[in-house]
Design a protein around this ligand. Structure first.
Ligand code: S3P
Length: 452
């Protein structure tokens, strides 16, 4: 599929986004382990999340889907059954890494396979801690890549300090810890999304906060079945938030979005770049904060994105690089070498595509240096099979002369099935809104607490 995009009219819109991808994976996995029926609403029916659903069905869990965004999960008190065939994780690293943790301590063998893209991505990051717990897990691909062969094993709790900041690693260890003897503790190398810990707590599994942000979990706990509504994916909203931020006078409201603060660091970056951002958390009843984000655009200026901030906005870096190209001055992204092992080498893909559109970019080993405000021109853009590259350049195209063609845009479905429809709404606003601020004195403007 090709996506054709032209320069945007003035953006003044109110949108919602589909369910959060990371939370959808975790909710269905933990519900499957629970002691009863759980109804999940707002589930993201993307290709990647459906791979996790299919994997759990292959492990004997009954999961009904009366509507695309609703799952009825029949939890089976942690009893999984041996899969009859290998489990296909497609292009979903979250599925493969979380399932590796889940399956490491079972009383049966399993094999996790991935598509061509996933089969080049590093799996040693989960294999190492799982082996330390006593798992019988090996990578069959070259250099510790998929397929993963997992044989029955009994796990013991460990204390693990991850050398990389990765929520997928933390989550794999915590899920394995649920099936291990004693206590398992995992410390991340940075602040990463905390959805696994929160979701375990929501399902009444006890975790302990240890020093330096480490999380401890005791094995042998059975999650208590509960219903859960997944909030909108702030990482999907980020594409439209940047589009509005980069358009002086642009105005966008995103309703019912997840507002977990391990995911919203990019809003702080947009404030540094000059946009006005307000967020109002309206509900925390179901443990994951959710609410409204409002953004008003401005002439953006360049910034430096590095260090501790990186793991907290790792998925927003492609669209922030586009923001850098639209900003005056220089934007530098450093310490982001993890981008090289995402769905594609995102540093190389961003440098390549930004240049195709006329931007000035220097590729660094661990990031990018972008000299902004060169006029962008439309062209043919390769997605490299990466959903976030495709969407980032669809937004760049809203600021370019002429038409831009995003090639191989089908991958967008991996995280944002309604993207094209949302693009259509941005391009043809049916309901014009006044650009006066909507979120008033109810909540502090972000940024007051955000300066570092
Ligand atoms: C994810 C974690 C991140 C992120 C990915 C989803 C998750 O990966 O890039 O899109 O759901 O745990 P890492 O934890 O490897 O950084």
């Amino acid at each position: 599929m090709e996506l054709r995009v032209k320069r945007a009219p003035r953006i003044d819109a109110e949108i919602t986004v589909p369910g959060d991808k990371s939370i959808s994976h975790r909710a269905v996995i933990i519900a499957a382990l629970s002691n009863g029926v759980c109804t999940l609403t707002g589930f993201l029916p993307s290709e990647t999340c459906m791979l996790t659903v299919q994997a759990l069905r292959a492990l004997g869990i009954k999961i009904e889907q009366p509507e695309p965004e609703m799952l009825i999960v029949h939890g089976n008190r942690r009893q999984l059954t041996a899969p009859r065939a290998e489990i296909n994780c497609g292009n979903s690293a979250t599925t493969m890494r979380l399932l590796a943790g889940l399956l490491a301590g079972q009383g049966f063998d399993s094999r996790l396979v991935g598509g061509a893209g996933l089969s080049t991505r590093p799996m040693d990051r989960v294999i190492t801690p799982l082996q330390q717990m006593g798992a019988n897990i090996v990578a069959e691909g070259p250099n510790n890549t998929a397929p993963l062969r997992i044989q029955r094993a009994q796990l013991d709790g460990i204390q693990y300090r991850s050398p990389i900041a990765s929520s997928q690693v933390k989550s794999a260890v915590l899920l394995a810890g649920l099936f291990a003897k004693g206590k398992t503790t995992v410390e991340d190398a940075g602040i990463t999304r905390n959805h696994t810990e929160l979701m375990l707590n929501y399902f009444l599994v006890r975790t302990v906060k240890e020093e330096r942000g480490a999380i401890g979990i005791f094995g042998e706990q059975v999650p208590e079945s509960r219903d859960f509504t997944i909030p909108g994916d702030i990482s999907s909203a980020a594409f439209w938030l940047v589009a509005a931020a980069a358009q002086p006078g642009g105005h966008l409201l995103v309703r019912h979005s997840g507002l977990n603060d391990t995911r919203t660091a990019f809003l702080g970056v947009l404030i540094r770049m000059g946009a006005q951002v307000r967020e109002a958390v309206e509900d925390v009843d179901q443990i994951e904060p959710r609410g409204t984000v409002e953004i008003t655009g401005a002439p953006l200026k360049g910034t430096v994105i590095q260090g501790r901030e990186i793991p907290q906005l790792i998925d927003e870096l492609p669209i922030l690089a586009v923001a850098g190209a639209l900003a005056s001055g220089t934007t530098i992204i450093r310490h982001a070498q993890e981008l090289r092992v995402k769905e594609t080498d995102r540093i190389a893909a961003l440098a390549h595509n930004l240049r195709v559109m006329g931007a000035q970019v220097i590729e660094l080993n661990d990031g990018l240096e972008i000299h902004g405000r060169s006029p962008l021109r439309g062209g043919r853009i390769a997605s490299f099979g990466d959903h976030r590259i495709a969407m980032a350049f669809a937004v760049a195209a809203l600021f370019a002369d002429g038409e831009t063609v995003i090639q191989d845009a089908d991958c967008i479905r991996e995280s944002y099935p309604g993207f094209e429809k949302a693009l259509d709404e941005i391009m043809n606003p049916k309901r014009m809104r006044a650009s006066t601020p909507v979120i008033g004195s109810l909540s502090p403007a972000r940024g007051e607490e955000d300066e570092e």
